[in-house]
Every structure is written in structure tokens, then in C-alpha cells.
Ligand binder design. Structure first.
Ligand code: GTP
Ligand code: SPV
Ligand code: MN
Length: 621
């Protein structure tokens, strides 16, 4: 069943190569590019057409420019390594702004700047910034082609690395110009330059009213691939607020049970908390007959369908920009297979044979490596990781052996369950079902998670990350929550809502209920990865009304026997498997009292924010 997807990868050879010339007469597109040329003064302009011929030519150019390092083409055909500037390895949340006229239209999780000040500041940076360089013009579609969900964007950039990534991550080139048509001005305008890559001259600015994104000084992922977090979350969340739909930081998967019925689940976990892994999970052997397919691994656009009152989702992206460390043949076999060819790796380590390596790929590192900085790395003496903790792979979603054909469906998939999850060492049980939509929205709104390497700053700090959208909201958090609550009114058949935690740690105190034994104290209790299928099965069965649960004070929880534990890794025997489940699922009332107080304090903090709109003032104009 893999063949059609691979065939689609090559489908873009079917139209004529544009040789770097514009393939449109749309005056708004041509005018926008002319303005950016006048501002940044590049030596040449190259328009992407999206053909394979072009991708191969640009790849060769990137290699001769030293931007891409070819990997061993026998071991990793079509694979390249990119080393970013060491000062530019993650999203920069503190340099990211929403620029609205009224400060009350954004915050307190996002930073605000008045549009006129932002334009002045950014124009000064962009002025002449592409002198001597090539400007790449990238027309792209977010969402399936010819879908009512989709949006067209145009990104101009000075980075060939960004251009090559956008070719993978979006439906880019002539298809986007065709979708826009010869006269429409309904496209997101994005200007991007890595320029001198100086952290003191680095900003990512969003202008929701003007449909404009300006990004300067970074070539990294979410800062630079403007279709991803900038358009598909910040701009799109604002558009969804205006037009009655939602843009969420969610994976989308299809779960087919042995009887052939398919349920769809969308799940929001903060950055580097397991979306890609959950979206691609391979069920354990004891789940023969279950099949998981991936619609998306990072972003979902969700729309109520008036015809059946259900919530439908599309994945706006066409590729995965996935976390490399921790990805192995054991933890995520599909991802491991997917990155075997035609993948751009960023900031991973290189083996002497010219293959890639990262922490967690194998139990032990090879003796000698070239680390992500390009320096010799020796296992015996190394004090730093060989791959950067936020090193990534960029690969077409059609290379995923379990890609869902529905990923191209213009109507999207109907969602049966929404799941929230974070990295919590304690308190939050393995899985919990919300009593109803608003309880689910509250669990999402107060989602807590320990910070990760996906953003610059200290890692491992517990922070509230509402709906895993904290860094990605294009409007005010309070309005966003109101929008979530209001969405219930548009759904006669809403998805059930769940909270999960794969990251709970075993207690260190032998008297505590979460204690297992000395060897496991302080470690992750739950094996995670493919074994999350056990939780997913319960979630799916709950949405089908086919399994029971106990009602706790904080939500419905599975009882012993509700979750299939056969062959649970790390469990000595069936009794130990049950102890593991109990330790992972235990609800400690003292912890939840503290948690509830922290949730209350968080709501008070948001309430006290000076620009928080009053209730009733939260609908868009
Ligand atoms: P972004 O792309 O940043 O949005 O991240 P993501 O949410 O897609 O996270 P991803 O699936 O890439 O996982 C991030 C890290 O968490 C990797 O190092 C994984 O190995 C690890 N991880 C994922 N799932 C699990 C799990 O079930 N248990 C444990 N212990 N670790 C996990
Ligand atoms: C995330 O940080 O949530 C990512 C990676 O998916 S980035 O594209 O950098 O936003
Ligand atoms: Mn993400």
C-alpha cells in the first residue's frame, strides 16, 4: 500500500521546469516581490516551481555553497546534513511578536509591538540585506490542494536551506500560484532573511490584520520556515478566531481496529513532548490487527462541519520537521525507516562513514564522530552531546510508510477524540477522560509541561502551556479560551477530550503510591512510544462507548482490566505490569489539591493581565 505515496513524491515532474522565472501573471504576487527586491536589493531572484529537476539543482547549489554536506549516498541516498549557526538552534520565543493596533488583541503569552514600530524596525534591518545574494521566491499552499481549509503563502528568503526545507514541508511552487489564480490577493506575505544571523538582530513578527510575516536573523525551523508555526499556527489561529475554526499544535492520527473501523484522534503536546512519535506509533505485538496511520505530526486545522455537527481536521503541512534525538528503530521504527533516504538532517552528528548519528539512535555511540558543530567527538572523552538536543530531520510525509491517504483529503478527517499531554514528572496520571467539552478545555487551558530544547532557554522548568499553544497564539489567550468554549456550540457531536502523561516518574519514597523499587526510582514509569497504543486503544474504545471507566474527582480513569497490559516492556510479570499501571495512573489528592490551586493562580494571573479583554469583549470585530 506504500506504492501510491512514493509515486506521488515524483508527481511533480509532470509540468515544465520554470528555470527560476515567475510562473504567474498575478499582479499582487509580482508587485509584492518587486517591493521586497527594492527593499533588500538582491543580486538575483529565483522563483521556485516545485519540480524535482529544480530540487536537485538547488540541492547541488547548496552543496557547492557549503550549506549542505552530502551524506554517504549508499547508506543514506538523497540525504544531506546542514549545520546551523551555533547561535541559531531553536525557536526564539522571546524575539517573537504579534503586531496588532490594540495591545489587547494579543498576550499575555505572546509579546506585543505596535505595527508601525515593528515595520520601522524591520524595514531598517531588511534594507539592503540581500545585496550580493540570491532571493528565493517560494509560493506555497498550507493544507491539501483545492481544499476549503487551505491557505496560500508567499515567502521570499535569502536562504537556500530554507527554500529546500519549504519544498519538503509545504506544497510549494507552481501548484500554489495555480491555486491562487491570476487575480487574487488572498495570500500571506512573508519576508525572511537569515542575513548576518546575529541573535541581537533577530525578530519574528506577525501582522495578522495585514496577513504579513517578517522574520529576520534566524534560519532555524519555526523561526524561518514561515508556513509552519508563523502561518499555520499564529496567523491561522487568528483567522480561525475570526472565521469560526481552530488552528492547533496537534498531530492527527487514524486508528483502525481489527474489525476495520477507523477513528481519528488529534493530540496537542508541547514542543518535543511526543507528537511525531504518537502520530507514527507502531502497536506492540499483542495488538495484532490494529493499524495506526498518520495524517499529521505537528499542526491541525479543525473546522466544525454543519452537515454532521462533527469537527473535521486537516494537516496543513506536507512534511515532518522532526526531533532526531531519541528516534531509533525501537522507539519509532516508521520514522527511522522514513529518514533512510531523501532527508535533510540539521545539527545531527556524522559518523566516519558519512552516516548520521544522534543520542538515542543506538544504545552506545560509535567511538568517533563529527559532532553537530563539525568538531571531532570521542565517546570516551566527550562531555557534550554529539547531536544538538533539538537536532531535526526534514522529510516528506509521503515517505512515512504508514502515511494516511487521508492526509491529502480536501475535506479532512472527522475527529473522535482530542488529547492533551505534557511532560509531568508527577501529579498527572497516564490518562484521564474529561467529563465534557468545557472540562476538557479547562484541562487543556491549564496544561503544564517541563520546558524542552525546542525553544531557547532553560529546560526542565514546569510552565503552563495552554493547549500546547503558548508560543504559537496569534491573538489574546483569554479570547482563545473563549473561542474554545464557544466552539462547543457549533458541534452537535463533539469529540471526547482526554489528558495523557507519558513522562511520570516513579516515586523515590518507598512509602509513596508511585514507588516501584530502588532500581526504578526517579525513572519514567511508563515505557511510552509504541506502548502508548495501550492508552490509545482505551481512548478509542471510550469514544465508541465500548469500555468502562471509574469516575474520579478529576475525570474518568481506566480501571484495572480496562487497559491491555499483555507483554508490557519492563514488567517482570503480570502483577508487576499492574503495579506499573497503578503507579502511572495513581491520582494523589494532595497533589491535585496543589495542582488545582496552581490552575486557579494561573487563571488569576491571566485575568490580572493589563490588556486582558473583559468577558463579552472577546469576539473578533
Ligand atoms: P516538536 O516537533 O518539537 O513539536 O516535538 P514533538 O511533540 O513532535 O515530539 P517528538 O515526538 O519528536 O518527541 C520528542 C522527544 O520526546 C524525543 O526525544 C522522543 O524520543 C521523546 N518521546 C516521545 N514519545 C515518548 C514517550 O512516549 N515516552 C518517552 N519517555 N519519551 C518520548
Ligand atoms: C516545535 O518547536 O514545536 C517544532 C519545531 O515543531 S519548530 O519548527 O522549530 O517550531
Ligand atoms: Mn511542534
Amino acid at each position: 500500500q506504500i506504492e501510491p505515496h512514493y509515486a506521488m513524491l515524483d508527481a511533480d515532474t509532470s509540468f515544465t521546469h520554470g528555470a527560476g522565472q515567475p510562473l504567474t501573471t498575478n499582479p499582487h504576487i509580482l508587485g509584492y516581490v518587486q517591493e521586497q527586491v527594492a527593499l533588500t536589493r538582491p543580486a538575483s531572484v529565483y522563483w521556485l516551481d516545485g519540480t524535482r529537476v529544480e530540487r536537485d539543482a538547488l540541492t547541488q547549489r547548496a552543496v557547492s555553497d557549503g550549506v549542505l554536506i552530502p551524506l554517504n549516498q549508499t547508506l543514506r541516498p538523497g540525504c544531506y546534513l546542514h549545520r546551523s549557526n551555533p547561535n541559531d538552534v531553536a525557536r526564539s520565543e522571546h524575539l517573537t511578536f504579534i503586531c496588532s493596533e490594540d495591545p489587547r488583541d494579543c498576550g499575555p503569552t505572546s509579546q506585543w509591538l505596535h505595527p508601525s514600530e515593528a515595520y520601522t524596525r524591520m524595514n531598517a534591518l531588511f534594507e539592503g540585506s540581500m545585496q550580493g545574494k540570491t532571493m528565493y521566491v517560494i509560493p506555497y499552499v498550507m493544507g491539501p490542494l483545492n481544499s476549503p481549509f487551505s491557505m496560500v503563502g508567499l515567502q521570499v528568503t535569502d536562504s537556500i536551506y530554507v527554500a529546500l526545507n519549504m519544498l519538503i514541508m509545504t506544497r510549494a511552487g507552481k501548484v500554489a500560484l495555480d491555486q491562487l489564480g491570476p487575480t487574487s490577493e488572498d495570500f500571506c506575505r512573508g519576508l525572511h532573511a537569515v542575513a548576518e544571523c546575529d541573535p541581537d538582530r533577530r525578530f519574528v513578527m506577525h501582522f495578522p490584520k495585514d496577513n504579513v510575516i517578517l522574520s529576520y536573523g534566524s534560519g532555524y525551523g519555526g523561526n524561518a520556515l514561515l508556513g509552519k508555526k508563523c502561518l499555520a499556527l499564529r496567523m491561522a489561529s487568528h483567522a480561525g478566531w475570526r472565521d469560526g475554526w481552530m488552528a492547533e499544535h496537534m498531530l492527527i492520527l487514524g486508528a483502525e481496529s481489527p474489525d476495520g473501523r477507523v477513528s481519528h484522534v488529534a493530540a496537542a503536546f508541547p514542543s518535543a513532548c511526543g507528537k511525531t512519535n504518537f502520530a507514527m506509533l507502531q502497536p506492540p505485538a499483542s495488538f495484532g490487527g490494529w493499524k495506526i496511520t498518520t495524517v499529521g505530526d505537528d499542526i491541525a486545522w479543525l473546522r466544525p462541519n454543519p452537515a454532521d455537527g462533527r469537527l473535521y481536521a486537516v494537516n496543513p503541512e506536507a512534511g515532518y520537521f522532526g526531533v532526531a534525538p531519541g528516534t531509533s528503530a525501537a522507539s519509532n521504527p516508521h520514522a527511522f525507516a522514513m529518514v533512510a533516504s531523501h532527508t535533510i538532517f540539521t545539527n545531527v552528528a556524522m559518523t566516519p562513514e558519512g552516516d548520521v548519528w544522534w543520542e538515542g539512535m543506538t544504545e552506545q555511540a560509535p567511538d568517533q564522530l563529527i559532532d553537530w558543530l563539525g568538531q571531532p567527538w570521542n565517546r570516551a572523552t566527550a562531555t557534550t552531546p554529539a547531536a544538538h538536543p533539538n537536532s531535526r530531520f526534514t522529510v516528506s510525509m509521503w515517505r512515512n510508510p504508514t502515511a494516511s491517504p487521508m492526509a491529502d483529503s480536501p475535506t479532512g478527517v472527522p475527529i473522535d477524540a482530542l488529547v492533551f499531554g505534557g511532560r509531568r514528572a508527577d501529579t498527572v496520571p497516564l490518562v484521564l477522560q474529561a467529563f465534557d467539552w468545557s472540562h476538557g478545555a479547562m484541562l487543556g487551558a491549564t496544561l503544564g509541561s517541563e520546558t524542552t530544547a525546542a525553544s531557547t532557554g532553560q529546560t526542565g522548568i514546569l510552565r503552563r502551556d495552554p493547549m500546547a499553544m503558548r508560543p504559537f497564539l496569534g491573538y489574546h489567550l483569554a479570547a482563545y479560551w473563549s473561542h474554545w468554549l464557544a466552539m462547543r456550540g457549533r458541534l452537535t457531536n463533539p469529540p471526547a477530550v482526554f489528558l495523557v502523561n507519558w513522562f511520570r516518574r516513579a516515586a523515590r519514597d518507598p512509602a509513596a503510591p508511585g514507588y516501584l523499587d530502588a532500581a526504578r526510582a526517579g525513572r519514567f514509569i511508563w515505557p511510552g512510544f509504541g506502548d502508548n497504543m495501550r492508552v490509545l486503544e482505551w481512548i478509542v474504545a471510550r469514544t465508541r462507548g465500548e469500555t468502562g471507566a471509574a469516575e474520579s474527582l478529576v475525570g474518568y480513569v481506566p480501571r484495572a482490566g480496562d487497559i491491555n497490559l499483555a507483554g508490557l516492556p519492563g514488567a517482570a510479570d503480570a502483577a508487576d505490569a499492574e503495579r506499573i499501571l497503578n503507579a502511572a495512573s495513581h491520582i494523589c489528592l494532595d497533589d491535585w489539591l496543589a495542582e488545582t490551586r496552581a490552575m486557579r493562580a494561573y487563571f488569576d494571573e491571566i485575568d490580572a493581565h493589563r490588556s486582558c479583554p473583559a468577558l463579552g469583549e472577546t469576539e473578533p470585530q
